[in-house]
Design a protein. Structure first.
Length: 109
Protein backbone atom coordinates (compact mmCIF):
# COMPACT_ATOMS: atom_id res chain seq x y z
CA UNK A 1 0.00 0.00 0.00
CA UNK A 2 1.01 3.57 -0.12
CA UNK A 3 -0.25 7.03 0.65
CA UNK A 4 -1.59 9.60 -1.77
CA UNK A 5 -1.42 13.36 -1.26
CA UNK A 6 -4.41 15.44 -2.35
CA UNK A 7 -2.62 18.34 -3.99
CA UNK A 8 -5.66 20.59 -3.71
CA UNK A 9 -5.70 20.19 0.08
CA UNK A 10 -1.98 20.19 0.83
CA UNK A 11 -0.74 23.68 1.70
CA UNK A 12 2.82 22.59 2.48
CA UNK A 13 2.24 23.30 6.19
CA UNK A 14 3.30 26.82 5.39
CA UNK A 15 2.37 28.16 8.84
CA UNK A 16 4.45 25.54 10.65
CA UNK A 17 8.17 25.18 11.23
CA UNK A 18 8.26 22.23 8.83
CA UNK A 19 5.81 19.97 6.97
CA UNK A 20 4.32 17.55 9.49
CA UNK A 21 4.41 14.56 7.13
CA UNK A 22 8.07 15.18 6.33
CA UNK A 23 8.91 15.67 10.01
CA UNK A 24 7.10 12.60 11.35
CA UNK A 25 7.42 9.83 8.76
CA UNK A 26 9.60 7.19 10.46
CA UNK A 27 10.92 6.06 7.10
CA UNK A 28 11.85 9.58 5.96
CA UNK A 29 9.69 9.01 2.89
CA UNK A 30 7.68 12.21 2.74
CA UNK A 31 9.13 15.36 1.26
CA UNK A 32 8.06 18.77 0.10
CA UNK A 33 8.45 19.69 -3.53
CA UNK A 34 10.09 23.10 -3.22
CA UNK A 35 8.78 24.18 -6.64
CA UNK A 36 5.12 23.35 -6.09
CA UNK A 37 5.03 23.69 -2.28
CA UNK A 38 3.20 20.34 -2.09
CA UNK A 39 4.17 17.12 -0.37
CA UNK A 40 4.92 13.86 -2.14
CA UNK A 41 6.13 10.40 -1.22
CA UNK A 42 9.65 9.68 -2.41
CA UNK A 43 9.53 5.87 -2.45
CA UNK A 44 5.95 4.56 -2.43
CA UNK A 45 7.08 0.93 -2.33
CA UNK A 46 8.91 1.53 0.95
CA UNK A 47 5.80 2.81 2.76
CA UNK A 48 4.56 0.33 5.36
CA UNK A 49 1.25 2.11 6.03
CA UNK A 50 1.87 3.18 9.59
CA UNK A 51 -0.45 6.14 8.86
CA UNK A 52 1.58 8.55 10.97
CA UNK A 53 1.60 11.08 8.14
CA UNK A 54 -2.12 10.55 7.47
CA UNK A 55 -3.01 11.29 11.09
CA UNK A 56 -0.58 14.19 11.43
CA UNK A 57 -1.57 16.16 8.34
CA UNK A 58 -3.40 19.28 9.53
CA UNK A 59 -5.12 19.65 6.14
CA UNK A 60 -6.33 16.02 5.98
CA UNK A 61 -4.59 15.88 2.62
CA UNK A 62 -3.14 12.37 2.86
CA UNK A 63 -4.98 9.10 2.50
CA UNK A 64 -4.01 5.44 2.44
CA UNK A 65 -4.89 3.52 -0.70
CA UNK A 66 -5.97 -0.04 -0.03
CA UNK A 67 -4.11 -2.73 -1.98
CA UNK A 68 -5.74 -4.96 -4.59
CA UNK A 69 -6.00 -8.06 -2.31
CA UNK A 70 -8.10 -6.02 0.13
CA UNK A 71 -10.12 -3.80 -2.19
CA UNK A 72 -10.43 -2.66 -5.81
CA UNK A 73 -8.49 0.26 -7.23
CA UNK A 74 -9.56 3.60 -5.83
CA UNK A 75 -10.57 2.33 -2.39
CA UNK A 76 -9.08 4.32 0.45
CA UNK A 77 -8.95 4.54 4.23
CA UNK A 78 -8.45 7.74 6.15
CA UNK A 79 -8.28 8.23 9.92
CA UNK A 80 -8.97 11.50 11.71
CA UNK A 81 -7.98 11.95 15.33
CA UNK A 82 -10.46 14.02 17.33
CA UNK A 83 -9.75 14.26 21.06
CA UNK A 84 -10.02 10.78 22.51
CA UNK A 85 -11.62 9.40 19.36
CA UNK A 86 -10.49 8.30 15.96
CA UNK A 87 -12.83 8.46 13.02
CA UNK A 88 -12.06 6.13 10.10
CA UNK A 89 -13.48 7.00 6.69
CA UNK A 90 -13.58 4.08 4.30
CA UNK A 91 -14.31 4.72 0.63
CA UNK A 92 -14.87 1.77 -1.67
CA UNK A 93 -14.05 1.58 -5.36
CA UNK A 94 -17.56 2.76 -6.31
CA UNK A 95 -17.23 5.85 -4.15
CA UNK A 96 -19.49 4.65 -1.33
CA UNK A 97 -18.35 6.09 1.98
CA UNK A 98 -18.67 4.64 5.47
CA UNK A 99 -17.33 6.05 8.72
CA UNK A 100 -16.42 4.25 11.93
CA UNK A 101 -15.78 6.10 15.17
CA UNK A 102 -13.72 4.46 17.90
CA UNK A 103 -12.68 5.62 21.34
CA UNK A 104 -8.91 5.52 21.78
CA UNK A 105 -8.68 6.12 25.54
CA UNK A 106 -10.64 4.84 28.50
CA UNK A 107 -12.65 7.73 29.99
CA UNK A 108 -11.01 9.18 33.11
CA UNK A 109 -7.49 7.98 32.26
S1 LIG B 1 1.35 17.43 6.44
FE1 LIG B 1 -0.32 17.60 4.94
S2 LIG B 1 -0.49 19.80 4.50
FE2 LIG B 1 1.49 19.45 5.49
S3 LIG B 1 2.93 19.20 3.78
FE3 LIG B 1 2.26 17.14 4.40
S4 LIG B 1 0.49 16.70 3.06
FE4 LIG B 1 0.86 18.89 2.95
S1 LIG C 1 2.24 5.82 6.08
FE1 LIG C 1 3.98 5.84 7.52
S2 LIG C 1 5.70 4.99 6.34
FE2 LIG C 1 4.11 5.55 4.86
S3 LIG C 1 4.69 7.63 4.21
FE3 LIG C 1 3.21 7.84 5.91
S4 LIG C 1 4.43 8.04 7.77
FE4 LIG C 1 5.77 7.23 6.13
Amino acid sequence: MTVVVDLKRCNGCRHMDEPQCEKLCPGDLMALNRDTGKAYIREPRDCWDCMVCVKACPMRAIETRLPYPLALYGASLKPRVKGDRIIWTLKDARGNVETFELQTRTPGR
